[in-house]
Write a protein that binds this ligand. Structure first.
Ligand SMILES: [Zn+2]
Ligand SMILES: [Zn+2]
Length: 317
């Protein structure tokens, strides 16, 4: 089957899956009252899902894996290429899932690598699209380690689009705001009931539920957290416990250098950039209640609030 045909088929399956999950979220929500166009919806869709994915696909495949393949081409060893495609997919699925469990766990325990992962935890409203919110560096590392071996070991060309499809479908599933009872399967396969807890703002889960697709790793290595209750419906029950920017570029800048937006708002250039995002949202979404820009006169109040804050990003993770 040609690559184009596979891509068309996987895209159709993914679109249908998105419709199924969105409908499921409306019918049986895990957390009630979460709107489809929740906070950060457009950030996740436009910046993370469309623009970042498109750019990083080129960077990872053309500028990292292709040169690596030039130097280390092990396909001549015929390691997996003669295996059935399903078995190849299964092998890379399990291998990468095992790797990502440990890398994810490491990101939660290293102050430095936490900065490449906090974006993923920043949403206060988690749904099917939230899985897309991942820092550039996190994606580059994880996808190079995911797709590099598939190409270097000369796996069948179908393996990459099938694997990418499984990633996207599973990502939507575990982040979906859906009520699912997994029964005994919860010991093997990850589910929203475990992963949504991973996005909750509770100390007990800061170092738990690291699995992406196979919850088996959490059970095996003793990091599962499943109290049988839910985190709660209030925004403070979810996401990070410190202030985090809402803008794509500021989120990436924040991972390099910590800053307080409220303090930077005293600079005219920052105020201009800070107000650009709500202004664009007002134009494109034609909001009935437009988002108000921050003006110079608001600053006395925001500086006073800043002084009172005690919890900062430096205390993370
Ligand atoms: Zn995490
Ligand atoms: Zn997640």
């Amino acid at each position: 089957m040609s690559q184009e045909r596979i891509l068309t088929i996987t895209s159709i399956i993914l679109a249908c899956w998105a419709v199924i999950i969105i409908t499921w979220e409306r019918l049986f929500p895990y957390r009630k009252g979460l709107p489809l166009f929740r906070e950060g919806f457009w950030l996740d869709l436009v910046w993370y899902t469309i623009i970042q994915s498109f750019v990083l696909k080129i960077v990872i495949f053309d500028y990292i894996i292709a040169p690596l393949q030039h130097h280390f081409d092990w396909s001549r060893f015929q390691g997996v290429s003669h295996w059935p495609v399903a078995l190849q997919v299964l092998l890379f699925f399990v291998m990468h899932d095992f790797y990502i469990y440990w890398f994810h766990r490491f990101q939660h325990s290293s102050k430095f690598f936490w900065r490449t992962h906090e974006a993923h935890h920043s949403g206060k409203e988690v749904d099917f699209l939230s899985g897309s919110r991942s820092h550039v560096v996190e994606i580059i590392i994880n996808q190079t380690i995911e797709f590099g071996p598939i190409i270097l070991l000369g796996a069948s060309p179908e393996v990459i689009p099938i694997k990418a499809l499984i990633d996207s479908m599973y990502g939507m599933f575990i982040h979906g705001n859906i009520q699912v009872r997994m029964g005994k399967l919860k010991y093997i396969f990850n589910s929203p009931e475990l992963h949504l807890w991973h996005h909750a703002n509770y100390r007990e889960v800061f170092h738990a539920n690291f699995a992406t697709k196979l919850s088996l790793w959490d059970y095996l290595f003793g990091t599962v957290y499943f109290p049988g209750t839910k985190p709660g419906d209030r925004p403070e029950n979810w996401g990070l416990y410190y202030d985090y920017p809402k803008d794509y570029f500021l989120q990436h800048a924040f991972s390099v250098k910590r800053f307080e937006e409220k303090r930077l708002l005293r600079y005219k250039w920052f105020r201009w950039y800070y107000n650009l995002r709500p202004a664009l949202l007002n134009v494109f979404l034609r909001r009935k209640k437009p988002l108000a820009p921050v003006a110079e006169s608001d600053l006395t109040m925001t500086t006073a609030t800043t002084e009172k804050e005690t919890v900062t990003a430096d205390t993370a993770p």
